[in-house]
Design a binder for this molecule. Sequence first.
Ligand code: M6P
Ligand code: ZN
Length: 183
Amino acid sequence: SAPLEPFAVTIDFATGALVPDPDVLDRRLADLDGYFVADIDDPGVGAYTVHEVRVPPTGNNLLSSTTVLAPGKVGDEYFFTKGHFHAIRDRAEIYLTLSGEGLLVMALEDGRTVTKEMRPGIANYVPGHWAHRSVNTGTTPLVFYAVYIGDAGYDYATIAERGFPVIVVEGEEGPEVRPNPRY
Ligand code: M6P
Ligand code: ZN
């Protein structure tokens, strides 16, 4: 296909806002119904916003976005993104954290799980085949920039049905990663 024109976007590291910012997706707790162990009190509460850089979603392009994940908990569980496998399973992704703190939970289909710290300056590499979810364990928005292969696509169904093998909860001494009782 014909070359695209080179371009740039400006990223506000504190808010995740892009300039220009044509494609913004808002997720409320209502969109995460059934994802937490405890019931959601207020489905209207905002959970996260995704700001997407607009390029064609093809295998020769890199899609990218910022995600702004609010601090908060449902029961003992910190707010998280839905999480997904890529529809094309082997497609990889990089997360660069811009502000806040959290955990990146990654799981293979056989249930093997790896959890990595997210904080400003850390670039997390998510190889193909690993489902990925970010969790805000802090008290400020967790903001990160994601880059992934354009034709990766989304498989939400597996996570929506089974969840991740682990949950991240507030324990006595801070965040704890525990087995998911419903996995
Ligand atoms: C990151 C990327 C996006 C993803 C977003 C929210 O920005 O991985 O592709 O859409 O996080 O995560 P989810 O789609 O799982 O809700
Ligand atoms: Zn992804």
